[in-house]
Design a protein around this ligand. Structure first.
Ligand code: HEC
Ligand code: HEC
Ligand code: HEC
Length: 728
């Protein structure tokens, strides 16, 4: 960002003989800078090089600039006004995976628990391994690695409160908001209890008809279930309670699915109807209870931890109908609890998909299973861990999303109208249904009309032509995983904002502090410029701004709301629980090489790979998830080429509204599926970039160094990076 901070910092850093300055400078930024450089250079190897020690490893004095904030911020002291003695290069490069404060990320080793020597620690950083990149001197000096080692081995893991002074900025959720019970609980009798819910489907999982929502899917077509897992007790067995949203005529259960087959289950048994209705969250009819024990286990499977149990329900709603629906395939994790999207059937996909799932679960437990057919609906599935209390609101929210607020018609083929909603859109509506601008929850079309072009030459001489619209506008962004973004603790975001660019890598995100509708200062998260603090505020904003439908958040001139609070809540649930697609080809060596480049090139400096969500969100589905969002939700100055028409050219204070060239880092979930879902929808805020490469080459401002690294890559390395981004 072009603010006065870097100037101030440089002045102080000069006095302090700052060690940071040379780190990312030197041959690499030169190499990437212009055409005519050595295009064949293996930049990845270079970034990981351990040959050249860093120029100066002296511990610097700490630049103290905190006091000046009071002037810019109306007396408010924001977090992280100072450059910590522990270089921010550590924070910004390691924090993605190894959390530095708050709970450790279960996907990665907890460095505060590190027991080996400083030399071992240094060797690991230089050599990397598995999913950890090898860090060369250009990325982190020996001195910083040793300071990191000292920090991890000599201090206790700090809480988020220890490190983040958030001043008057209020968190979206407090612990008391976590009202819905946990999804997986351990009971005194030794049972692991898992709650879950889903919707009915016309056919089995690997068939085209599985994917679309059934006709009138919001009526009596959802269900919940409870799995009690006693495999850790003396009598190894399961008890499954099926809780449909209304009592069907009859239901059968199918258990233990044959791998690679669409619908062959070892057990298919009609369930006895039971009268008693056990209350889980809300009272629901009971379709039946069934029990599975060791006698039902197929020869190649067992009731042991690490195995999955697949269940499917065949729901006979009406004995006179030929086709009756089925449930989702419920893949339960034996001995662990919770569901998994992992499908051994993926090997039968075309092209075949590989695993393993832990790396592919970009949305944590919300991650949906791979779709074999009907992949254009990848952004239109509910989170895998959706619960009984949210399944109906989700489905009713989806109905509203497809409702034309002028005619009351449902704009999705084959669905009946919603006459109660007719006539709600006012005369200023830009469109009459949410779905018209957000087709299949994907991105809107690129802005049409006159264009401006420029050419960029890559290090190996390849020329890329970049084209953008002559007018400035914002397209509708894809809508998935939004609840997870809302569930990230604001302290995690603020901890990562390298506002002073202490590590001098050019990247210095800042939060967009916004007033939410109730007049409270919060971290903005949604929209291309992070102008809305919560999903509800964004939905109400779009209802008012795009559809001219009033809500209690934006009432009409008479103080009335056309959309009820209950309907606003339904749309909010829909937006919060849109499931994140799994990564495809997570174990492909090219994709893995690209994932490491994504780190060492520092794409991950803005597109954070790994984040934990907070335990405070009201929705149990979204709490404590280890997600890979590929965003920091912070604003970054992206340079003049990405300026839009509005706003001031540059922001001069830390709490100024976003400038014309500042944009929130968008999550990269589903980027590789954009063509599948929305034809040739373009990337970036105005859809100008047809490919990921074009999107990267439009990055400027804070990303200038990263782009120069990209240009210097060999063709093989570029292909790997792009394959990785397209696997998301
Ligand atoms: C992309 C994710 C990622 C990033 C970023 C990352 N690491 Fe790691 N790190 C890992 C993984 C995965 C492992 C375990 C790998 C293995 O066992 O080979 C690991 C292991 C380690 C270990 C060994 C831990 C042990 O208990 O043996 C150290 C030390 C370490 N990382 C330090 C760092 C430092 C310092 C940084 C920042 C310069 C960093 N890592 C950045 C993913 C990451
Ligand atoms: C006229 C087109 C239009 C309509 C109608 C519309 N939107 Fe949007 N929506 C947009 C645009 C454009 C943006 C990006 C706004 C920005 O960045 O300033 C957006 C942003 C959003 C976002 C934020 C996504 C993110 O990643 O930050 C959500 C959520 C959203 N819309 C939901 C809805 C819902 C729900 C409705 C119906 C009540 C709706 N939209 C109606 C065009 C529309
Ligand atoms: C300084 C922060 C920063 C860095 C570094 C960065 N990005 Fe971005 N990225 C952004 C921002 C901000 C946008 C949105 C800009 C806009 O829409 O005008 C964006 C947009 C994108 C998009 C388009 C997303 C969409 O939904 O339209 C892709 C793809 C992308 N970046 C990939 C990368 C890759 C790959 C790298 C590394 C080579 C990288 N970025 C480095 C901040 C960054």
């Amino acid at each position: 960002m072009l603010r006065r901070w870097p100037l101030l910092l440089l002045a102080l850093a000069g006095l302090a003989a700052c060690k940071h300055a040379p780190r990312l400078e030197g041959s690499h930024s030169d190499a990437g800078g212009a055409a005519g450089t050595d295009g064949g250079a293996d930049l990845a190897a270079d970034l990981a090089s351990v040959d050249a020690p860093a120029a100066d490893d002296a511990t610097p004095a700490v630049p103290e600039v905190g006091g000046s904030d009071a002037v810019d911020l109306d007396g408010v002291v924001r977090p992280f006004n100072t450059c910590d003695e522990l270089s921010r290069s550590l924070f910004s490069q390691c924090l993605g995976c190894h959390t530095l404060a708050g709970p450790p990320n279960p996907r990665y080793p907890d460095l505060y628990a590190y027991t080996r020597t400083a030399a071992d620690f240094l060797a690991k950083v230089r050599e990397g391994g598995g999913l950890m990149p090898a860090y060369g001197y250009n990325l982190i000096s020996d001195g910083d690695v040793v300071r990191a080692f000292d920090r991890f081995t000599m201090t206790k893991r700090p809480s988020l409160d220890d490190v983040a002074n958030t001043g008057p900025v209020q968190p979206l959720f407090a612990p008391a908001d976590a009202v819905f019970p946990a999804i997986v609980t351990h009971r005194d009798d030794g049972a692991i209890v898992t709650r879950g819910a889903g919707r009915l489907h016309a056919r089995h999982e690997n068939e085209q008809a599985y994917v679309p929502y059934l006709q009138s899917y919001w009526e009596k077509q959802s269900y919940a279930f409870v799995i009690e897992d006693f495999t850790a007790t003396a009598t190894k067995h399961f008890v499954v309670t099926y809780l449909p949203s209304y009592t069907p005529y009859m239901t059968n259960y199918k258990a233990w699915k044959a791998s690679g087959d669409n619908a062959v289950f070892l057990e298919t048994v009609y369930m006895p109807q039971v009268d008693a209705a056990p209350t889980v969250v809300s009272t629901a009819p009971v379709g039946g209870i069934f029990q599975l024990d060791e006698t039902t286990v197929p020869p190649d499977r067992s009731l042991t931890q690490g195995q999955n149990l697949e269940l499917e329900l065949g729901v006979i709603k009406d004995p006179t109908r030929v086709m009756n629906p089925f449930s989702d395939v419920i893949r339960y994790r034996i001995g662990v609890g919770g569901l998994t999207p992992d499908s051994p059937d993926r090997a039968s996909f075309f092209p075949p998909l590989d695993g393993p799932v832990p790396e592919a679960r970009n949305g944590g437990d919300t991650t949906i299973p791979w779709l074999k057919l009907g992949q254009d609906a990848y952004f239109d599935q509910m989170a895998l861990d959706t619960q009984q209390e949210n399944v109906q609101p989700f489905l009713e929210g989806r109905r509203l999303f497809y409702t034309d607020f002028v005619t009351g018609n449902n704009v999705e083929a084959g669905q009946p109208p919603f006459p109660e909603q007719a006539g709600k859109a006012g005369p200023r509506a830009s469109a009459t249904a949410c779905a018209s601008c957000h087709p299949k929850n994907g991105r809107g079309p690129a802005i049409a009309g006159a264009t401006v072009s420029k050419q960029v030459t890559l290090g190996d001489g390849r020329v890329v032509t970049l084209t953008r619209p002559a007018v400035s506008a914002r397209i509708a962004p894809p809508l998935l995983g939004l609840g997870l973004l809302e569930a990230i603790d604001q302290r995690t975001l603020l901890l990562g904002a390298d506002r002073l660019d202490c590590n001098q890598d050019g990247i210095s995100g800042r939060a967009n502090f916004v007033m939410d509708p109730t007049g409270i200062l919060r971290v903005g998260r949604f929209g291309w410029k992070a102008e809305k603090a919560s999903v509800r505020a964004q939905v109400a904003g779009d209802a008012a701004g795009m559809l001219d439908v009033s809500t209690s958040v934006s009432p009409d001139a008479n103080g009335k709301a056309a959309l009820s609070d209950q309907d606003l809540a339904r749309l909010t649930t829909l937006m919060r629980l849109g499931g994140v697609p799994p990564q495809r080809s997570a174990t492909d060596p090219q994709v893995q090489a690209g994932a490491l480049l994504f780190q060492t090139l520092r794409c991950s400096g803005c597109h954070w790979t790994d984040v934990l969500t907070s335990p405070d969100h009201p929705l149990a589905e979204l709490r404590g998830q280890a997600i890979r969002p590929y965003t920091d939700l912070l604003l970054h100055d992206m340079g003049p080429d990405l300026m839009d028409g509005g706003g001031v050219p540059t922001s001069t204070t830390a709490d100024a509204p976003p400038s014309a060239s500042e944009w929130r880092t968008p999550p990269l979930w589903g980027v590789g599926l954009r063509a599948t879902v929305n034809g040739n929808a373009g990337l970036l805020h105005d859809g100008r970039a047809a490919t990921v490469e074009e999107a990267i080459l439009w990055h400027g401002g804070e990303a200038t160094k990263v782009v120069s690294f990209y240009k210097a890559l060999s063709a093989t390395e570029r292909a790997a990076l792009l394959a990785f981004v397209d696997s998301l």
